[in-house]
Design a protein around this ligand. Structure first.
Ligand code: HEM
Length: 190
């Protein structure tokens, strides 16, 4: 996993809880915390760090991953606004994940190991199902990234996971529903 993900976690913890909290998390995780954005590190270290961070952030397990995904998305969007500007909604953005967003990520971070999503739109209600395909099992991190994207576009979105490998299913399905939109564009569209 690219070091950028770890530096985003460090920034988030330090901003919200202070440097001492990050030092305590590293100590608890038994890691030295030396990450460079373009370096490669085992993704398991992210799982370990998030477990060690549980008492600090107040969430555990999948919710801790989701918590971090949401915050990481905001930090990525601040760094790369050009990836978000062409779109006006989470759904539209999510539809470009495989073909635009993550390929761009691989240009910025050569060697990045990104997931793919098999996308399926429900023609009736417009819900978008994203079948998460990755060996890393970070579906809750993906949920958080989607929720953060919703924040970015001023939408109130829901993400359900009717299937999950951590619950014994053979794959993870993330279903995105848009509850409400508060964005100016959406108001203008009526
Ligand atoms: C809804 C939006 C997004 C979702 C659901 C998503 C999902 C994910 C997930 C789940 C991973 C962890 C790796 C894995 O599970 O195999 C990942 C990795 C990553 N994503 Fe995304 N992503 C999103 C948007 C973005 C954006 C906007 C950026 C950057 C501007 C980005 C950059 C990255 C990077 C740098 C990695 C790490 C790759 C590596 O470790 O080698 N993602 N993404």
């Amino acid at each position: 996993m690219k070091g950028i993900v770890f530096t985003l976690l460090e920034e988030t913890i330090v901003d919200e809880h202070g440097m001492d909290a990050w030092d305590r998390i590293l100590e608890e995780a038994g890691l030295d915390g030396v990450y460079t954005t373009l370096g490669n590190y085992p993704y398991e270290q992210l799982v370990t760090l998030l477990q060690a961070a549980e008492p600090v952030v107040g969430y555990s397990g999948r919710r801790a991953q989701q918590w971090f995904g949401r915050r990481a998305l905001h930090r990525l969007a601040d760094r790369y606004p050009e990836l978000f500007e062409p779109h006006t909604s989470t759904r539209e953005f999510a539809l470009t994940l495989n073909d635009v967003i993550h390929p761009e990520v691989r240009k910025l971070y050569p060697g990045a190991e990104v997931p793919t999503f098999a996308l399926d739109e429900d023609p009736e209600d417009g819900d978008l199902s994203l079948r998460y395909e990755s060996e890393r099992g970070l579906c809750s991190f993906a949920e958080g990234l989607l929720l953060g994207t919703g924040d970015r576009y001023g939408e109130e979105i829901g993400v359900q996971q009717p299937r999950c490998v951590h619950e014994g299913d053979s794959y993870c399905d993330l279903v995105l529903t848009v509850e409400a939109s508060t964005s100016r564009e959406a108001h203008a569209r009526g």
